[in-house]
Design a protein around this ligand. Structure first.
Ligand code: SF4
Ligand code: SF4
Length: 71
C-alpha cells in the first residue's frame, strides 16, 4: 500500500480541525500546546497510518499542509 507523510506549517495553522476530520485513517490530531498565534495546531499523531491521499491538504483553508507520497 502507498504510504505518505505530511508537512504542516504549524505556525500558520489556525486549529480549525478540518484536516483532522478529513483524514480517512485518523493520522492527524490537534496539539496539546499553542502555536505563537495562540491556536492548537494540527500534527501527525499516527504518522505510520498516512496513505498519502492528500485529503488533508485539499481541505486546509490556509494551505498549511504539504503532502508527500512515498513508494
Ligand atoms: S495525506 Fe491523507 S492519510 Fe495522510 S494525513 Fe493527509 S488525509 Fe490523512
Ligand atoms: S485544516 Fe489547516 S488550518 Fe485547519 S487545523 Fe488543519 S492544518 Fe490547521
Amino acid at each position: 500500500m502507498a504510504k505518505g507523510t505530511v508537512e504542516i506549517d504549524t505556525a500558520r495553522c489556525k486549529g480549525c480541525e478540518l484536516c483532522v476530520v478529513a483524514c480517512p485513517t485518523d493520522v492527524l490530531a490537534l496539539s496539546q500546546t499553542f502555536n505563537s498565534k495562540g491556536y492548537y495546531y494540527a500534527q501527525m499523531a499516527k504518522p505510520d497510518e498516512c496513505i498519502g491521499c492528500a485529503g488533508c491538504g485539499y481541505v486546509c483553508p490556509d494551505a498549511c499542509i504539504t503532502v508527500y507520497k512515498q513508494k
